[in-house]
Design a protein. Sequence first.
Length: 79
Amino acid sequence: MNSKCNRVRESLAEKAEVYFDEAIHGLHLYPLESRIPVKAAAYFYREILQSVRNNHFNVFSERAFISEKQKVVILSKIG
């Protein structure tokens, strides 16, 4: 992957980070029973995005995921 493509991908990733933050800051607008699942999803996807970055945006041959342990850590922090 060339550096120009990676700059574009990083720019998109930065925009995604803004959307994650907006979702988290807007949680008070969600029904009470939806807040934790939405917050968890935002944190999970943020970590998956970091996995994509760690794989140098190589999404076609490297799987981007978070481990069960990472999910438990995230859930313990947001509960």
